[in-house]
Design a protein around this ligand. Structure first.
Ligand code: 9D3
Length: 227
């Protein structure tokens, strides 16, 4: 799978993909990540990517022309297996189901906005999806794009050594993960639950399900309503 990122801060993406699962996926050619500098598609003296909002208001907006030209150059032929997503605080919430769906694509272009936002004609006439990573404000689309690439890349076939480990993870059951412990069995007077030290696998399975339910009820009651 090929991930494309369109950004005015290409340097931002030096670090995030150089670790762990994503780095290995790049090294083994399971995925490619191509960072594109939006200013390549500006042709005025100041290489400007922003302009003032019609109707007045604070700050600047990303103008449509460089974004449309870039998208056309990066993905010259659209198809069902190639998608364009706009990173936007006004978008539909990204979740594990979205990650799963996108992991089957051939190419995904993630457009990162900056300033006060992006001319709405990009959302209306260019992109397939407008996507938010949560109900909080970040300064631009770059961190959201890096996060989404991480979540999608690990689901691309062949990326995780063990396919089952992505099946069994938190959210595939609709519950949060159960608590987990490693050695020592007693850490500063805090003991590991007795049941995990014995070898009764039926009891352990039951304990894990019950504590996953309890954790979900405490931290994410909204998830319980869904299942
Ligand atoms: C929501 C506040 N906006 C109105 C004054 C200002 C504004 C905040 C943040 C305008 C742009 C941005 C930049 N955010 C993103 O580009 C963004 C984002 C986010 O802020 N939250 C969650 N997901 C995303 S994806 C892209």
């Amino acid at each position: 799978m090929i991930f494309h990122v369109l950004t005015i801060f290409p340097e931002f993406f030096r670090g995030p993909f150089e670790y762990g699962v994503v780095s290995r996926a790049v090294q083994t050619n399971k995925i490619q990540i191509r960072i594109h500098d939006l200013r390549q598609w500006t042709f005025d003296r100041h290489r400007s990517v922003d302009d003032r909002p019609f109707g007045g208001g604070e700050g600047m907006l990303m103008k449509p022309e460089p974004i449309f030209l870039a998208a056309q150059a990066i993905l010259p032929q659209k198809s069902d297996n190639k998608k364009i997503a706009l990173m936007s605080a006004q978008g539909r919430l990204f979740d594990q189901a979205t990650a799963r769906r996108w992991s089957a694509l051939d190419e995904l272009l993630l457009i990162c906005g900056r300033y006060e936002g992006v001319d709405e004609r990009v959302a209306q006439n260019l992109v397939d999806e407008e996507t938010s990573i949560g109900d909080f404000v970040v300064s631009g689309g770059e961190l959201p794009a890096a996060l989404i690439i991480d979540a999608v890349a690990r689901l691309v076939p062949g990326v995780l050594g063990n396919e089952a480990s992505s099946e069994n993870e938190s959210f595939s059951t609709g519950l949060l993960d159960c608590p987990q412990f490693t050695r020592p069995a007693d850490f500063r007077g805090h003991a590991v639950p007795e049941v995990l030290l014995g070898g009764n696998h039926e009891e352990i399975r039951k304990w894990r399900h019950e504590t996953a339910l309890a954790k979900t009820a405490k931290h994410r009651p909204d998830l319980l309503k869904k299942i």
